[in-house]
Write a protein that binds this ligand. Structure first.
Ligand SMILES: C[S@@+](CC[C@H](N)C(=O)[O-])C[C@H]1O[C@@H](n2cnc3c(N)ncnc32)[C@H](O)[C@@H]1O
Length: 177
């Protein structure tokens, strides 16, 4: 997921990670020389661990953590050189709104991972949603059409420059040229 950015060099870059959880990816980018990272996360549950990890890595003064929904409140996140969304698009119903808001915040790169649209994966995600409903969790997942996810970023001026596929996840890296 971040190899694409590391290969291009992140020295001095600003990073926005949307739905970054505990922030593992941004920590790697900061260690690789990125200047500053902002994490915008819907859930407050990661905060304690995230703060500890940033302290251990010695980068607390180069991370800002914000809570909120990028789509409902886009002003929560400023523009950054690189915007990341790892396993996030599948946790939000409005992929066009989410990818659109993330794209509009990207000065140069947008890197996203999301599930491949395969019958078995859709079936698995359906089972996860059924279990979540039975357990009365709010959590739901969506297998949005991969081409439409990429097209949502392209409509905001980004160009697909690299794609890779694992068994479940695929990664799309886009650049503003
Ligand atoms: C499956 S978790 C992935 C966390 C982390 N990126 C990882 O791979 O470990 C998806 C995260 O995206 C966050 N998220 C989903 N939609 C969001 C939105 N519109 N704005 C901010 N965060 C969002 C959720 O709160 C959740 O923590």
């Amino acid at each position: 997921m971040i190899a694409f950015l590391q290969e291009r060099g992140v020295a001095g870059a600003t990073v926005l990670e949307v739905g970054g959880g505990v922030g593992a990816l941004q920590l790697e980018l900061l260690k690789a020389g990125a200047a500053y990272a902002t994490n915008l996360e819907l859930s407050p549950e990661y905060e304690d661990v995230a703060v500890e990890l940033a302290q251990e890595a010695g980068v607390s003064d180069r991370i800002e953590r914000r809570l909120g929904d990028l789509v409902a409140d886009p002003g929560l996140a400023a523009e950054a050189d690189a915007v990341l969304m790892h396993r996030v698009v599948c946790c939000y119903p409005d992929y066009d709104g989410l990818v659109g808001a993330a794209s509009e915040r990207s000065r140069r790169f947008l890197v996203m991972s999301f599930p491949r649209s395969r019958a078995l994966i859709r079936l698995g995600m359906g089972a996860v949603n059924l279990a979540a409903r039975l357990l009365r969790w709010e959590y739901r997942t969506w297998v949005h059409p991969p081409d439409a996810i990429v097209a949502a970023a392209e409509r905001r001026g980004l160009t697909l420059v690299e794609e890779s596929h694992g068994r479940i996840w695929q990664v799309a890296a886009l650049e503003r040229k």
